[in-house]
Design a protein around this ligand. Structure first.
Ligand code: ADP
Ligand code: GLC
Length: 482
């Protein structure tokens, strides 16, 4: 039995701010249980719902010197849907209203977490063959493992994988501060290790010290080796290209299932999709105070409202997008500039624009189910899960051809009758508008072609089944006795 430990800063159902949580919470369920014992370790945030926190069982605690303080480290555990979870408890670090705060404090918080994860392992008695680290928050795990923990035979031979979910976030601060916080010696702060452009960089530590690097789509694995997408680390990623692999994300097909989804008004599959989607659209219009019109072309957006997601393109042509036959439903939070943009248009066109500036799992499902199209014009997109959820619910994605969007949405071709959505190549507002109008035109004037595309979209398989196999192969390659 191979033992794998996922380490991450967020994970469903405990805490979620984006797709990372979906991946860390769902992928472990899809490994062959006879061969892989995959467990997850994450912080025990006070902002995790009380109902879930109450189900965690205390295992043990210890004290550790970290930064200039002596810190309590509690370890808890819980079994959830067949997966074993561990939680690192520290009231000092994990009591905020949200998992993240400012970068300086987050660097301290997650450096602490990374060290605590390794220190906790001998105590819980789970010795992983591989620690699978996710994003910059866990970048120091491979570094610490190479450093002070090498003195203890328990850690000998543990391998590490570092998965990049988003290269934009790297955990960067000045070297002096990071050195003081982490307790790592000067040796680590050179440009072949944690130093990058005169600063300390936790993600870079993960990339340099992990045995393998993966990212969440094949296209993004290529893109991050170029200057445009490389976020200043493209040189390093090119140098590491033999050790870098793109494995496409999946989504939890049991959880995101229009046939059984309890959050939507009318459940459906390919047999009754058209009628059910019309009803779901009407229910959503009623709920959000939009015109109740089953013939309106409804475009959904469920997203973090940040520059990554391409909303400055939407801003340029918002007036044109909001034409009379379109309804736009937005669910998201983020940069105030985009929150205000959408709120402004919701006030201007209350019958056809609905801006929901908050987080709601259930409303997100209602939007995936009730919309006709889903807009995701990202500047970059490592994988993207929202477009996969849309496909699953028969809502056609309109995306920019980048990263995982390019790998998962097949553009409509009216001549061959292929396609599962719409895409455009250049980061250009008018190109996007043109493609939105093209989608609208198919919807209104070639409903038969549209409906066939809906069925094709729903029949795509972006469950974890094939990607989990690729991870299994990767785990095998790292644990083979040479
Ligand atoms: P990212 O991880 O970059 O934010 P993904 O597409 O990979 O983008 O994943 C986003 C996830 O977060 C999806 O599950 C999406 O439904 C969800 N999500 C984003 N914003 C909200 C929101 N305001 N309410 C509910 N779910 C949201
Ligand atoms: C990141 C990326 C997103 C990806 C998610 C899960 O948040 O922005 O594209 O789907 O991680 O890997």
């Amino acid at each position: 039995m191979k033992k794998i430990l996922f380490a991450a800063s967020e994970c469903v159902p405990f805490i979620k701010t984006g797709g990372l949580a979906d991946v860390v919470g769902s992928l472990p369920k899809y490994f062959d249980k006879n061969e892989y014992d995959v467990r997850v370790i994450m912080p025990k945030y006070l902002c995790i719902k009380e109902e879930l926190r109450n189900k965690m069982n205390y295992i043990n605690h210890f004290y550790t010197d970290f930064y200039w303080r002596n810190q309590y480290v509690g370890i808890l555990e819980m079994e959830y849907e067949g997966i074993h979870f561990y939680f690192i408890d520290s009231e000092f670090y994990f009591s905020g209203p949200w998992p993240y705060s400012n970068m300086r404090d987050d660097i301290e918080k997650f450096s602490f977490f990374s060290k605590a994860v390794l220190s906790a392992l001998p105590i819980i008695g789970f010795r992983p063959d591989i620690i699978h680290c996710h994003d910059w928050q866990t970048g120091l795990i491979p570094v610490y493992l190479n450093d002070s923990f090498q003195g203890n035979p328990f850690f000998h031979g543990i391998k590490t994988i570092f998965t990049i979910h988003n290269l934009k976030f790297q955990g960067v601060w000045d070297i002096q501060t990071i050195r003081n916080i982490t307790g790592l010696s000067d040796y680590y702060f050179t440009n072949d290790k944690l130093e990058a452009y005169q600063n300390g960089n936790l993600l870079k530590g993960g990339l340099v010290y992990a045995d393998k690097i993966t990212t969440v789509s094949k296209s993004y694995a290529e893109e991050i080796q170029t200057q445009f997408y490389g976020e200043n680390l493209d040189g390093l990623l090119r140098a590491k290209s033999n050790n870098l692999l793109g494995i496409l994300n999946g989504i939890d097909y049991n959880f995101y299932n229009p046939k059984t989804d309890e959050d939507i008004d009318y459940t459906y599959d390919t047999d009754n999709v058209f009628q059910a989607k019309r009803r779901n659209k009407l229910a959503l219009q009623k709920k959000l105070g939009l015109n109740c019109d089953e013939n309106a072309f409804m475009i959904g957006i469920v997203s973090r409202l940040t520059g990554q997601k391409g909303f400055d393109l939407v801003e340029c042509v918002m007036e044109q997008i909001c034409s009379e036959d379109v309804q736009l439903v937005i669910l998201g939070t983020g940069e105030s500039r985009f929150e205000e943009l959408f709120s402004y248009y919701a006030r201007k066109y209350p019958n056809r624009v609905s801006a929901n500036i908050y987080y709601s799992e259930s409303l997100s499902h209602q939007i995936y189910a009730g919309s006709d199209a889903f807009l995701m014009p990202s500047l970059f997109e490592p994988c993207g899960l929202s477009q996969l959820m849309s496909l699953r619910y028969g809502t056609l994605p309109i995306v920019r051809e980048t990263g995982g969007l390019r790998d998962t949405v097949i553009p409509y071709n009216e001549y061959t009758g292929e396609g599962t959505g719409y895409s455009f190549a250049n980061y250009n507002a008018h190109e996007m508008l043109h493609i939105i109008n093209y989608a609208k035109e198919t919807y209104f004037n070639h409903r038969d072609a549209w409906n066939k595309m809906v069925l094709r979209a729903m029949k795509q398989d972006f469950s974890w089944s094939s990607s989990a196999k690729e991870y299994e192969k990767l785990y095998d390659s790292l644990t083979e006795v040479k």
